[in-house]
Design a protein around this ligand. Structure first.
Ligand code: SAH
Length: 593
């Protein structure tokens, strides 16, 4: 087991058992429900969300609570079949150990270990016979079956009384009670070579092959032609396509979409060899990059070469990945208003960057994730830092609240990239660039896989709370004159007010900008009636949220702070109170008089 388990407890009654389980696994931590457990290694606030997060990140789970609770919590994730970590329920007092999930990742072995330590029998529910079927037909990570049909026939033969010998290395089969005999006619063959069609064999392929291609192999290739080329070359060498774990290419091809397409089509990892400018052939690239014991399978064609490692490969140990930078929006605060795509980015990130408050909002993070929280407001610096990390092969999540493209990091990230391409926007940047950015660095930044994942912006979240004030044409304005001259803001306010647009003010006021909001309201009052509806949403989607409806006449800048969204209605924005609930709704009709 590579990742130590998370031992999850809901109350102090489970603490003693938890510590006994903990002592079995190096690095294991006890996760306690906040408010109920005080001295856990790790705290969580909501059991369901926490268990799902652990499960999704592949962390083995030992939950000291009812099996039913654990099942209900994890159930929503079970449809997505992927690598499944072991999940066990253990009675608080240590009287029962129930393996629930992860039959192929060693849950029964864990159940036995824990049960032995607690001196109770484990509740193993997989019978021996079924177990060898399951394990042979559904090999663990790092191995694949050559053919499921062939496998089913083979297992039914074994169930009918045949014995088998094992050829090749498959350590996990040692734990399976197979009817084994060294002189058996039938054989389980563990090999990277293609199955030759023999029916008395069950062929299992270790994912141990790396295929390397050089620049000439990709020149003029399409995704399909390159994939065919790789499959034919593997076939010519007798290698099974299913044994290929990694496609290795020179770093200079990092942003080549053809490679990404091929890796995805073949469902193999795409990794890159260091580019020292010498343009080595494929075979040389393999020998320089592979650090594990391996054998070269070469036929003299310099553009494509294969190497077979002695055991299944961890793709992460071969060369380096193309780095990725995801600029994501967290939404206003409430986790349920964050897009699943943004949540997935957070789960997969190796590094999380952002303003402290937002990084906290995005957490908690695993011990293996690096968090670079900063109270530094220098956004360009943060954007460059993100590219430095990503261009070194890390998966970086840059977090903003709301939407990352609305007065937030996405534009700063693109500006940093644009600057690195050699488009400095002012002289200071020009100087910084000639000194700091070499050509190679620019290329490395450009090779980073960049994506922007949207979020629910504060104006939209606030509008939804109060009804539909943005139901007709509207505009969003930042009242901050940190990055734009105040006269520009005044002009825009005047035009927007005159055009009768509903207006959403971001960054309405701060200690450093005390007078700007009053000035802005003066301008708006020149064009809009005193009874114009105004909505103030503060900390929407966060603890202590407040929502207030007022009018332009009554609005005072003292009612507003930097955590407030100000929505100024148009001439048609209206409000009414629902008789039954007493709740006030605000909306702007979709039509105009
Ligand atoms: N990218 C963010 C906006 C950042 S600018 C977004 O799309 O929402 C910061 C301003 O947004 C704050 O000054 C405040 O006016 C507004 N804001 C951000 N989060 C808010 C929230 N939860 N409730 C109310 N206003 C918020």
């Amino acid at each position: 087991m590579t990742t130590p388990p998370a031992i999850v407890i809901l109350g102090v009654g489970a603490q003693a058992t938890a510590r006994r389980v903990q002592s079995l696994y190096e690095g294991a931590q006890v996760h306690g429900l906040q408010g109920r457990v005080s001295d856990a290694d790790n705290a969580f606030t909501e059991l369901g969300a926490h268990l799902r997060e652990l499960y999704a990140s592949g962390t083995p789970i030992v939950a000291l609570c009812a099996a039913g609770i654990v099942i209900r919590c994890i159930a929503p994730l079970l449809a997505n079949k992927g690598v499944e970590p072991p999940v066990l329920a253990v009675a608080e007092d240590g009287s029962a150990v129930v393996p629930l999930l992860g039959g192929l990742s060693g849950v029964n072995a864990m159940a036995r270990e824990i049960a032995a330590a607690l001196d109770v029998p484990p509740a193993i529910t997989t019978s021996g016979e079924l177990r060898f079927g399951a394990c042979v037909l559904n090999p663990p990570d790092g191995y694949t079956l050559a053919s499921l049909d062939q496998g089913k026939r083979f297992v039914s033969d074994l169930l009918a009384g045949e014995a088998t010998r094992i050829e090749g290395d498959a350590p996990w089969l040692d734990d399976v009670q197979l009817p084994r005999a060294d002189d058996a006619r039938r054989a389980i063959r563990v090999t990277p070579m293609a199955w030759n069609g023999a029916t008395d064999e069950l062929v299992i392929h270790p994912r141990s092959v790396v295929v390397a291609i050089d620049k000439t192999a990709t020149a003029a290739a399409t995704g399909d032609s390159l994939r065919e080329h790789i499959l034919e070359a593997a076939h010519a060498r007798g290698l099974a396509a299913q044994s290929i774990a990694v496609l290795l290419a020179p770093a200079s091809l990092m942003s080549d979409p053809v490679l990404a397409h091929v890796a995805q089509a073949l469902q193999i990892a795409l990794r890159f060899a260091a580019d020292d400018g010498s343009q080595p052939g494929a075979a040389t690239m393999l020998s320089k990059t592979l650090r594990m014991p391996h054998q070269a399978v070469d036929d003299g064609d310099a553009s494509i070469a294969f190497a077979v490692a002695h055991a299944p490969l961890d793709p992460a140990s071969v060369g380096r990945a193309r780095g990725k930078l995801s600029v994501i929006g967290l939404g206003p605060g409430d986790a349920s208003l964050m897009a699943p795509a943004a949540r997935a980015v957070l789960t997969q990130a190796t590094d999380i960057l952002g303003y402290e408050t937002y990084v906290e909002m995005a957490g908690p993070f695993r011990a293996d994730q690096r968090v670079h929280a900063t109270d530094n407001r220098e956004e360009m610096q943060r954007a460059r830092h993100a590219f430095e990390l990503a261009s070194a092969g890390r998966r970086v999540a840059m977090v903003s609240s709301g939407d990352p493209g609305v007065f937030a990091m996405a534009a700063a990230v693109l500006e940093a990239l644009d600057e690195a391409r050699g488009h400095p926007h002012n002289e200071a940047q020009m100087e910084a660039q000639t000194e700091a950015h070499t050509q190679a660095q620019n290329a490395a930044w450009a090779a980073v896989e960049l994506e922007i994942v949207p979020g629910i912006s504060a104006a939209l979240a606030t509008a939804a709370q109060v009804g539909a004030p943005l139901g007709h044409d509207f505009c969003v304005l930042s009242l901050s004159d940190n990055l734009k001259p105040w006269p520009v803001i005044e002009t825009r306010l005047r035009h927007a007010a005159e055009a009768d647009l509903v207006m959403a003010f971001y960054n309405p006021i701060s200690r450093a900008r005390p007078w700007q909001l009053d000035k802005a309201l003066d301008i708006v009052r020149d064009f809009r009636a005193p009874k114009t509806i105004v909505v103030l949403g503060r900390d929407i989607g966060r603890p202590g949220a407040t929502l207030k409806t007022t009018t332009l006449a009554e609005l005072k800048s003292a009612d507003v702070d930097m955590r407030t969204m100000v929505i100024i209605g148009s001439s048609t924005t209206r409000a009414f109170r629902a008789a039954e609930t007493g709740r006030e709704w605000v909306y702007t009709p979709r039509w105009y008089k």
